[in-house]
Design a protein around this ligand. Structure first.
Ligand code: CA
Length: 300
């Protein structure tokens, strides 16, 4: 009898517990339903309404509540910063590659080569670049790439043409008869041959005014010569019996300026130097002061 009572109490308790558990589940499910419905409703209604209302501020506030969207926002910020940096670098590179800078770099390179030498024999051109190579100067600008890097056919524009005027200012003069302060080269004709194109034939007049205290005057000396592409220089043969010629060296970068040396024809010894600058059409005869003169190498 005692055992039966115990069993009955146990059965009542189990029933009560099961009933309680079942009710809890129900509550849970209904809660879930509520949550689900509510969320969906809220989400759809809220989101759509907000979208349609165009209430971006509210939308972003909602976005901020999601941590992974914060990450996207921070990545986007960093990407924008990097894009700005790349853009700045591009501007800097463009600036460094400007024509003016490139010309300056080529002038400096020409100056360094002038000081160090090219490592090539006389009448030979150094192709330059990472692959040093010497070629004969008659192969320069002949229409065939003789340098492995093609450098011999790269700068073949004549820096001078008929009608050009170059005005030279004396740096030193140990040999000319008249010791002029200025000398002017008038280019009359320029002819490029169909063969042997490394040289262009030139005819010119060298004009100079002189005043040695006793006598003053002006002369115009007709002469011929050539432009040597390999050496990038204008060579004018001696116009007078003193056998003094003129060699004007361009730097390969600035076509408006050359360093002129008066040389003895036989020995090629330099005995005077003039810095020549192209005279532009809008330069007046009396406006020589406006020409910017560059300091040449010091007198020897
Ligand atoms: Ca060539």
């Amino acid at each position: 009898m005692k055992g039966l009572v115990v069993l009955w109490i146990a059965a009542v308790l189990v029933t009560a517990i099961l009933a309680e558990h079942h009710n809890g589940d129900k509550k849970h499910h209904s809660g879930d339903k509520k949550h689900h419905n509510g969320d969906e409703k809220k989400h759809h209604n809220g989101d759509e309404k907000k979208h349609h209302n165009g209430d971006d501020k509210k939308h972003h506030e909602k976005d901020d509540q999601h941590p992974h969207e914060d990450d996207f926002s921070s990545l986007e910020k960093r990407l924008n910063q990097l894009t700005a940096k790349v853009s700045n670098l591009e501007d800097e590179i463009d600036d460094r590659l400007s024509d003016k800078r490139l010309q300056k770099a080529r002038m400096l390179e020409a100056h360094v080569i002038g000081l160090e030498g090219t490592g090539c024999e006389k009448k030979h051109l150094q192709c330059g670049g990472d692959d040093p190579q010497c070629i004969g100067d008659i192969l320069v600008c002949d229409g065939i790439k003789d340098c492995r890097n093609g450098a011999d056919e790269e700068h073949c524009e004549l820096p001078t043409q008929a009608g050009d005027i170059f005005v030279g200012l004396v740096v030193y003069d140990h040999c000319s008869q008249r010791k002029p302060e200025h000398m002017t080269i008038h280019i009359n004709t320029v002819q490029t041959a169909t063969f042997f194109t490394a040289f262009a034939k030139i005819s010119a007049n060298v004009e100079l005014e002189h005043d040695d205290g006793h006598m003053s005057g002006a002369v115009s000396l007709p002469t011929t010569g050539y432009f040597d592409f390999g050496a990038d220089r204008l060579v004018l043969l001696p116009p007078e019996s003193d056998r003094l010629g003129l060699v004007c060296q361009f730097d390969g970068a600035d076509p408006d300026r050359c360093v002129g040396h008066i040389v003895h024809e036989a020995s090629l010894e330099e005995c005077a130097e003039f810095i020549f600058v192209r005279k532009h059409e809008d330069d007046d005869d009396d406006d020589d002061d406006k020409i910017i003169w560059f300091a040449g190498p010091k007198a020897q």
